[in-house]
Structures are given as C-alpha cells and as structure tokens.
Design a binder for this molecule. Structure first.
Ligand code: GAR
Length: 215
C-alpha cells in the first residue's frame, strides 16, 4: 500500500497531532505524517513530532512582510517534502485564499464545536453561554472562509449540569482525538466526494443517536 504523505501545521501542545501520529504508527493506516510545521518556536507539538521521528520546521510568522509571504514559505516546505494532504491541528493562523486554493480538497481542519455553530475562538465558553445541550467537534475540508467548508466527520458530546469550559473542553478533546484520524483515513482512502458545500462519504452510517438528557 502506498501511504499518503501528510503535513501537519501546528501552533501549540499538539494533542491532535499526537492522535494522528498514533494512527499513522499502524502500518495499515493509509497515511503517514512526513512533516510538521509550527509557526511558534518551542511548542510541545514539535517535541511530539521529534519523538515520533518526523521532520519538523519552525517558520515564525512575524518576520514575514505579509500573510501571503508567510503562507508561501509554508507552501514551499510542504511541496518540497512531497506532501499530499495537509492537516491543521491547532494551527492558530488564518490562511490566505491563494494558499487554501492550492490545497483545495486536500487540506482538513479540526474545530472544537459542531459547525456551523460556534466558528472562531472560545467555542466551549460560548456553547455554555448559549445553553446548548449537545456540543462537539468537527473535521472539515478547508475553504477560504474561516471554519467553513464541507464537513467530513462530527462527534457530539452532552453538556452536563456541572460543566465549566475546561471540563467541557476535555470531553470534546477526547472526541477530537477519535474523529481526526478517522477523517484523515477517509480522505486518504479517496472515500470523500465533494458536491458544493456537502461531502459525500463512502463509509458505514452512524450507530445511533445521542440524546441529552437521556430519554
Ligand atoms: C484543539 O481543541 C483544536 O480543535 C483547536 O485547538 C486545539 C488544539 O489542541 N483548534 C482551533 O480552535 C482552531 N480554530 P492541540 O494542539 O492539543 O491539538
């Protein structure tokens, strides 16, 4: 089996990167992480990559004169490494339309909310404030609009009475680590077809519904 070469863009602790590295440690997984790029020096994600024997690059964004110039540097590294799929994993920079277009259909992001609800930052605080009873996470194909683009996989968790943002975030993060490798596998296996803003996925259907509170 030829495994798809994956580049992961990170800015922080890299727990989602770890989930991808762990999935790729299985030789039967259809993708392998070949390069990790961070825009922030010294973050734990870089250590995780190094421990897994994966090449890393640090490209601080500040010295670049524009977003486009920074994105071009990232793009050059990805292409030089022969990357075929890009995963954003806690990468906290907006990407320019040109960069996004260049990776259309081949770049995915994980977002800590059930999109299209709660795009942007502080999703767990905003979910609590809004009083939703179900919250969760989404993996989607990246398009030029922030936290937009065809949805590949979502997981929902109940919001519990004694939740604060940290407890809710921890419950969501556990699911992020399940669905990100799943979404990467579906994309790497060529099981994703995009029709407008909708992704059709050749995969087994769901096993049931999550109702909160329980009936
Ligand atoms: C994750 O919760 C991810 O969903 C979120 O940042 C966290 C990164 O954690 N991403 C965004 O908010 C993107 N807008 P990690 O570095 O441990 O994977």
């Amino acid at each position: 089996m030829i495994r798809k070469k994956v580049g992961v863009l990170v800015s922080g602790r890299g727990s989602n990167l770890q989930a991808l590295l762990d999935a790729c440690a299985d030789p039967a997984f259809p993708a392998e992480v070949a390069l990790v790029i961070s825009n922030v020096p010294g973050v734990y994600a870089l250590e995780r990559a190094a421990k897994a024997g994966v090449a890393t690059r640090v490209i601080p964004h500040k010295p670049f004169p524009s977003r486009e110039a920074f994105d071009a540097a990232v793009d050059a590294e990805l292409r030089a490494a022969g990357i075929e799929i890009v995963c954003l994993a806690g990468f906290m920079r907006l990407l320019s339309a040109g960069f996004v277009e260049g990776w259309r259909g081949r770049m995915i992001n994980i977002h800590p909310a059930l999109l299209p609800a709660f795009k942007g930052l502080h999703t767990h605080e905003r979910a609590l404030e809004a009083g939703v009873r179900l919250h969760g996470c989404t993996v989607h194909l990246v398009t030029p609009d922030l936290d937009d683009g065809p949805i590949l996989v979502q997981a929902a968790v109940p919001v519990l009475a004694d939740d604060d943002a940290d407890r809710l975030a921890a419950r969501v993060l556990e699911q992020e680590h399940r669905i990100y490798p799943l979404a990467l596998r579906l994309l790497a296996e060529g099981r994703v077809r995009v029709d407008g803003n909708r992704a059709a996925i050749a995969a087994p259907g769901p096993t049931g519904a999550l109702v909160n509170p329980a009936p």
